[in-house]
Write a protein that binds this ligand. Structure first.
Ligand code: NAP
Length: 246
């Protein structure tokens, strides 16, 4: 049997990088894509995978990336993130465009391009990393929550449209995971980013990677539809139990 192949978008840090490592451990050849090519190149060297530059907001970049992938059994739609935290009244339209282009249209571009190959594999799996922000709203978060809701709706619609095809679909909706996510959201402000995880035990990228690997290791007739995972210290997007600062 030929080697099973996985594609992980946004593999240059956080959940994507950890997922690529976990899938490689399971024996997958992993194609890792992101805009920061030096990072995915180092990762590919480590795991014996293939690094490719990928900007999910660019039609040409996605075409070049997906053309280079000959076979795909597992697609992990992970590239994404948030920009800013502002009330609707003060919404920054460029931030909104970034979030919609990356999380929603980016997921659509990559999924659409790889779908024929996933079907051809005979047992394809699409994992989309949405968020608890795909299930709930929170004040000042409408740019991100609306994008994540839309990404979730895209993914869930495919579940119905692909009935009868050999493709499974798993949505993973994490709560707070300590990655570069908040650093990106707050434009490189490390102090503000650190506050998000202060006084809680957050999830780590490896926790999500292990869940992706578990979903991928189920037999073909088992479809894990939606997995919501949060730190014990978190009940909802904005509701945490925090230890007081010393
Ligand atoms: P992260 O460490 O910031 O990783 C985000 C990844 O997305 C990076 O590899 C980044 O790579 C990539 N990316 C961003 N824009 C891209 C683009 N235009 N084209 C290709 N890749 C792009 O954050 P993370 O927490 O691992 O985030 C991964 C996913 O989990 C995101 O979809 C995020 O919304 C979701 N999520 C995160 C949390 C959390 O609390 N951390 C919770 C729920 C859901 P480059 O910058 O190199 O392109």
């Amino acid at each position: 049997m030929s080697t099973r192949t996985a594609v992980v978008t946004g593999a240059s840090s956080g959940i994507g990088e950890a997922t690529a490592r976990e899938l490689a451990k399971q024996g997958y050849h992993v194609y890792v894509g992101a805009r920061r090519f030096d990072r995915v190149q180092r990762l590919a060297e480590d795991i014996g995978g293939t690094a490719l530059e990928l900007d999910v907001t660019s039609e040409d970049s996605v075409r070049a990336f997906t053309d280079a992938v000959e076979r795909v059994d597992v697609l992990v739609n992970n590239a994404g993130g948030a920009k800013g935290l502002a009330p609707v009244l003060e919404a920054d339209l460029d931030d909104w465009r970034w979030m919609w282009e990356t999380n929603v249209v980016g997921t659509l571009r990559v999924t659409k391009a790889l779908l024929p190959k996933l079907i051809a594999s005979g047992d394809g799996l699409i994992v989309t990393v949405t968020s608890v922000a795909a299930l709930h709203t929170y004040d000042n978060g409408a740019g991100y929550t609306s994008a994540k809701h839309a990404q979730g709706v895209l993914h869930r619609t495919l579940r119905g449209e692909l009935l009868g095809q050999p493709v499974r679909l798993t949505e993973i909706a994490p709560g707070a995971v300590e990655t570069e996510f908040s650093l990106v959201r707050f434009d490189g402000d490390a102090e503000r980013a650190a506050k998000v995880y202060e006084g809680i035990d957050p999830l780590y990228a490896e926790d999500i990677a292990q869940i992706v690997a578990f979903a991928a290791s189920r037999p073909p007739h088992v479809n894990l539809d939606t997995i919501v995972v949060k730190p014990r210290d978190q009940e909802g997007p904005g509701r945490f139990s925090r230890r007081p600062a010393n």
